[in-house]
Ligand binder design. Structure first.
Ligand code: GDP
Ligand code: IMO
Ligand code: MG
Length: 422
């Protein structure tokens, strides 16, 4: 069986932390979409790691970490990430596998990303500029280079053809660059990756299932950034929802077991686009400071807001969430009033279902909750949860009809309450 863990909001819900916590219960941890736009933070033993392409099971001996076919890979970033982990004593090559069908991000994809964002002006998406959109565009356009092509004797020709195509586009945008420098780093990284095992992810995963091995699929970004169901066009370029685990690894729908949906006790968003419950004033600033809400990939300040139950309900439904994981409840300790938006008023009409256009005239309707205003970072059992936080959680359970299986009360691996009843 394949269990899936994914974000229910706009990303950065704490996926990396929880995958690392769950990893010892799995034989394989696999990324199924996205690329180095992701930044997954893991803390333990006073150390901090931020992973972009490597699955968050990499710190556990005996766990295979697979970068699946649905992922877009920047060889230069992957090399840097592997070297950084090797320096910290993690034997990455023993634990990592890459799908041959995964798409390669070329240096020119990053230039195209920058050119496209610049051309969009104040309508820019706020992309991480890692070449995600342009590389997925080439994949869907049937032009992309894939990891398996590296072994081909005419890989360099294929690469050169793609660069020529990209140069035409870049010229249209009026963009010029030093291609030689970028190419050098790219081909050195390609060479470096020859030390990493390649596989056909569908075959690897199917064999693992046959052998009774347990697989955890690790999502990147979040449901509200999904290419189909997110706040389009302010989204990323892949399916971040549970269905993406099927196409991004080669898994059938009936091979999916649990779906862990992770969310913060409030909301954040980095980049542009609608955010109905965003807090523009002092409360938002307080949350950003208390939650250290700065992007793990770009360092940009994250926009902060109240929990959005309309968006969360939508996310729980379309992902088929079986278990909820709430993170960063400790951050809300700094507030005197806590709110949840339980409905939207759209053009005067009340709705609990996410509307097509999130940029329309939405007025979130709020419900107030008593604060907990106490340090919960040291609690480790359900009995220690303050009564007001318990009420907050009970309300969410009643509304979402899915149990909260884990509560995270701090960034460290240890700061986690396992409340599973199975
Ligand atoms: P991801 O992209 O979903 O893996 O999340 P990020 O790593 O981008 O952002 C989550 C941030 O919150 C990181 O800095 C984590 O170390 C931190 N974090 C995770 N869980 C908790 C928690 O329960 N409490 C607090 N205070 N921080 C947390
Ligand atoms: P993790 O996995 C938060 C956002 C960007 C931008 C939009 C498109 O760490 O949760 P892209 O680079 O994909 O073209 O950017 O999506 N974004 C993320 N926001 N967490 C992420 O990943 C994100 N990956 C992309 O800020 O608004
Ligand atoms: Mg992140």
């Amino acid at each position: 069986m394949v269990d899936v863990l994914l974000g229910l909001q706009w990303g950065d819900e704490g996926k990396g932390k929880i995958v690392d916590v769950l990893a010892p219960q799995y034989d394989v941890v696999a990324r199924f979409q996205g690329g180095p736009n992701a930044g997954h933070t893991i803390k333990f033993d006073g150390k901090k790691f931020v992973l972009h392409l490597i699955p968050s099971g990499i710190f556990h001996a005996g766990t295979d970490n697979l970068i699946g076919n649905g992922v877009v890979i920047d060889p230069v970033i992957l090399r840097k990430e592997i070297e950084g982990l090797n320096d910290a004593g993690i034997p990455v090559a023993e634990r990592l596998l890459i799908a041959r069908r995964a798409t390669i991000i070329m240096p020119t994809h990053k230039l195209l990303d920058a050119a496209s964002e610049k051309a969009k002006g104040d309508k820019k998406i706020g992309s991480t500029l890692k070449g995600i959109g342009p590389s997925y565009r080439d994949k869907v356009g049937r032009y992309a280079l894939r990891i398996g092509d590296i072994a081909s004797p005419n890989f360099k020709e294929k690469y050169a053809e793609a660069v020529e195509r990209h140069k035409v586009l870049l010229a249209a945008y009026g963009m010029e660059a030093d291609y030689a420098e970028m190419e050098k780093a790219f081909f050195e990284a390609i060479e470096f990756l020859s030390n990493i095992r390649l596989t056909d992810s569908e075959r690897f995963v199917q064999q693992a299932i046959t052998d009774g091995r347990k697989i955890l699929a690790e999502g990147a970004q979040g449901t509200m950034l999904d290419i189909d169901f997110g706040s389009y066009p302010y989204v990323t370029s892949s399916n971040t929802i549970s269905a993406g685990a099927c196409t991004g690894l080669g898994v059938a729908p009936n091979q999916i077991g649990r779906v862990y949906g992770i969310f913060k006790a409030y909301c954040t968003r980095v980049g542009s686009g609608p955010f109905p419950t965003e807090l523009h004033g002092e409360t938002g600033e307080t949350l950003r400071a208390a939650g250290s809400e700065f992007g793990a990939t770009t360092g940009r300040p994250r926009r902060c807001g109240w929990m959005d139950l309309v968006a969360l309900k939508f996310a729980v439904r379309i992902n088929g969430v079986t278990d909820l994981i709430m993170t960063k409840a400790d951050v809300l300790s700094v507030l005197e009033t806590i709110r949840i938006a339980d409905k939207y008023k759209v053009d005067g009409e009340t709705t609990e279902w996410l509307p097509y256009d999130l940029e329309s005239n939405i007025e979130p309707q709020y419900r107030d909750f008593a604060p907990w205003q106490s340090d919960i970072t040291e609690i480790r059992s359900e009995g220690e949860i303050p009564a007001s936080l318990k009420k907050y959680m009970e309300y969410l359970f009643a509304e979402l009809n899915v149990p909260i299986s884990f509560l995270s009360v701090g960034p460290d691996r240890e700061q986690t309450l396992d409340m599973r009843t199975y």
